[in-house]
Write a protein that binds this ligand. Structure first.
Ligand code: DGT
Ligand code: CA
Ligand code: CA
Ligand code: ZN
Length: 575
């Protein structure tokens, strides 16, 4: 995403929160929130737009456009700064606690004088929230959990996509420096972990100085933490640490292997080296006794000399990949290029930001063979879906389908799994869709039994093909629901219902460990972006990375299959 879009999105969202916290017009707060999302999801760089261009973005009106222009011109928004000044910094901090909305933050401030996270913790422990209207014991537990999540995030780990954006920029900039013989990111990012501690970038070059200079001079560098010949570390304006290491070109393979990790994987690989009387370091593979170098130029060579095939970075977590490699039984992992279509996407008919036509055009540009439009169903009230709207969309989808030669369009919906496991529409209406995704969007705090029964009932509906974002977690923001997922996975296997691997970097749901467990039950998966704008379609890479971390192959992933086979899988059965 363009950096300006992201900054404007954050500013407008903050303004919306501040309006809410000061008891301002709720309608106005919502308008700013909508505009924030629209700009965040806008495919072009907003810093290149004039007033007219801004007004063309949905949900951006005159006064919002003026504020955006002011920000782009001056770097600040007067109205926002005035509102900020009205509110103690600690109270502003309160609204950043996930699970605590602006309204509750304001109550805490007004009723109890709470003006910081610290004071809020004290108030909870002194049971002072107990007397407040709207604050039950459950709310307390949620707030505590939210603070833990926030402090965990503050403990330094950031979303995979945020780290990837920075790494892509750094790699592009350093690759352009004369003398660069190789440049790549390594570490947890190359392994596609769901959160990233710091970004590790490697360069192969004879001389390191020009790269270290270029690195510290990058526009998003806020602070140089350490500046050395072999390694330089910076912190970006957003607080993310990036380490750059420059390696001699002939030790590229050994260095890439070492700095990709994981540490646990490296230890296993070194054990094999030691057994063969060899020594492995970031500089190469050596004879232990003579110290003579054997190989170091590529990862393949290093692995091969140890009797191993090349192991994909996403597998390098010491989850049995070494043993499988020694037996030559590594899985043939699913790749992004294997994905033939996206099966969970939205348009502006509900809460998506782009029109059906724009989403479909962007999907076709990705070379998909099929693409499903799955807007929200009526039980998510704020989306105001009706039967008539859905049927009218179907007509548009069918017409568009006829216009595309290479890509088939499926008309689907994302159903809401109600508190009792029921769905938005009766079976007769569901039968009209090519595909139904069913997801939990409310009542996250039911008992474990209720949540389990609810998900199992959804699987048992013959028209439900995929369970969307099954745990409903939002990384760093919302915990997973407490269901017996082994029971849910078993139900999916029994009913032939696929589980989603939601590729949105804030969800990655299911995550790798759940996928591994589900696969043991014999479940199939669908890797989907849940795109709400054209800029979300490329999130597919994060979903595929997560699937790889769980050892999935093409056979496991229904949206790598040819359309006919997919349709057979989705066909309603008597389950
Ligand atoms: P992160 O940054 O917490 O998300 O995780 P990583 O895996 O990127 O960890 P990081 O940045 O500390 O180190 C990058 C890689 O370098 C790590 O995956 C393995 C390697 N490495 C770093 N320190 C050591 C070490 O003391 N021993 C071994 N065997 N490998 C190390
Ligand atoms: Ca790292
Ligand atoms: Ca590091
Ligand atoms: Zn959803």
């Amino acid at each position: 995403m363009a950096r300006a879009n992201e900054e404007v999105e954050a500013l407008l969202q903050e303004y919306a929160d501040l309006i809410a916290i000061t008891g301002g017009d709720a309608y106005k707060a919502r308008a700013y929130e909508k505009a924030a999302r629209a700009i965040g999801g806008h495919p072009g760089d907003v810093s290149t737009l004039d007033a007219k261009g801004l007004l063309d973005i949905p949900n951006v009106g005159r006064s919002i456009a003026d504020k955006v222009l002011e920000f782009l011109r001056t770097g600040h928004v007067t109205a926002l700064e005035e509102t900020r000044a009205d509110i103690p910094a600690g109270v502003r901090e309160l609204i950043t606690i996930p699970t605590l909305g602006p309204k509750k933050a304001m109550t805490l401030h007004e009723e109890l004088g709470v003006a910081s996270v610290e004071e809020l913790l004290d108030a909870i422990h002194e049971e002072r929230l107990r007397g407040l209207k709207g604050f039950g014991e459950k709310t307390e537990a949620n707030i505590l959990h939210g603070i833990a999540l926030m402090q965990h995030a503050g403990g330094g780990r950031i979303l995979l996509s945020s780290a990837m954006d920075v790494a892509d920029l750094v790699v592009a900039a350093l690759s352009a420096v004369p003398g660069c013989e190789g440049c790549a990111y390594a570490g947890s990012l190359r392994r596609m972990r769901e959160t990233i501690g710091d970004v590790d970038v490697l360069v192969a070059a004879e001389r390191s100085a020009p790269f270290m200079e270029a690195f510290t001079a990058l526009p998003h560098t806020a602070e140089v933490i350490a500046h050395g010949e072999k390694k330089t570390s910076i912190r970006t304006t957003k607080g993310l640490q990036v380490d750059l290491r420059v390696l001699p070109p002939d030790s590229w393979g050994a260095g890439l292997l070492y700095f990709t990790g994981s540490k646990a994987h490296n230890i296993r690989v070194r054990e094999i080296a030691v057994r063969q009387k060899l020594k492995l370091s970031e500089y190469g593979l050596f004879h232990a006794k003579s110290g003579k170098k054997i190989v170091s130029e590529t990862e393949e060579e290093v692995y091969a000399r140890l009797g191993l095939p090349w192991i994909a970075p996403t597998l390098r977590e010491d989850r049995g990949e070494i043993a499988a490699g020694l037996r030559d039984e590594l899985p043939d992992l699913v790749e992004e290029s294997d994905i033939r279509g996206d099966l969970h996407t939205h348009t502006d008919l509900t809460d998506g930001l782009a029109s059906l036509e724009d989403m479909v055009t962007a999907a076709a540009a990705r070379g998909y063979a099929y693409y499903a439009v799955t807007d929200h169903a009526p039980d998510l009230y704020m989306q105001r879906m009706t039967d008539a709207k859905m049927l009218a969309q179907r007509e548009r989808v069918r017409a568009l389908d006829a216009k595309h030669r290479r890509m088939r369009l499926l008309h689907g919906t994302e159903l809401n799994i109600g508190p009792d496991g029921s769905l938005d529409w009766p079976d007769e209406f569901l039968a009209g869709f090519d595909l139904c995704v069913a997801s939990v969007h409310s009542h996250f705090n039911q008992s474990r039994e209720e949540l389990t029964r609810r998900l199992v009932r959804a699987c048992e509906n013959p028209y439900v093909g995929i369970i969307g974002h099954p745990t409903t977690r939002r990384i760093g923001k919302r915990p997973r629901i407490d269901a017996d997922f082994d029971a849910v996975f078993a139900a999916c296997a029994r009913t032939g219902t696929a589980l989603e691997v939601n590729a949105h970097p804030e969800r990655l749901d299911l995550g790798d460990e759940d996928i591994l467990r589900a696969k043991r039950h014999g479940v199939k998966f669908a890797v989907n972006t849940d795109a709400h704008s054209v800029t979300h379609l490329p999130y597919m890479r994060y979903g595929v990375g997560t699937a790889q971390r769980a050892w999935l192959t093409k056979d496991d992933v229904i949206n790598t299959w040819p359309l006919q086979k997919l349709r057979r899988f989705l066909r309603p059965r008597t389950r």
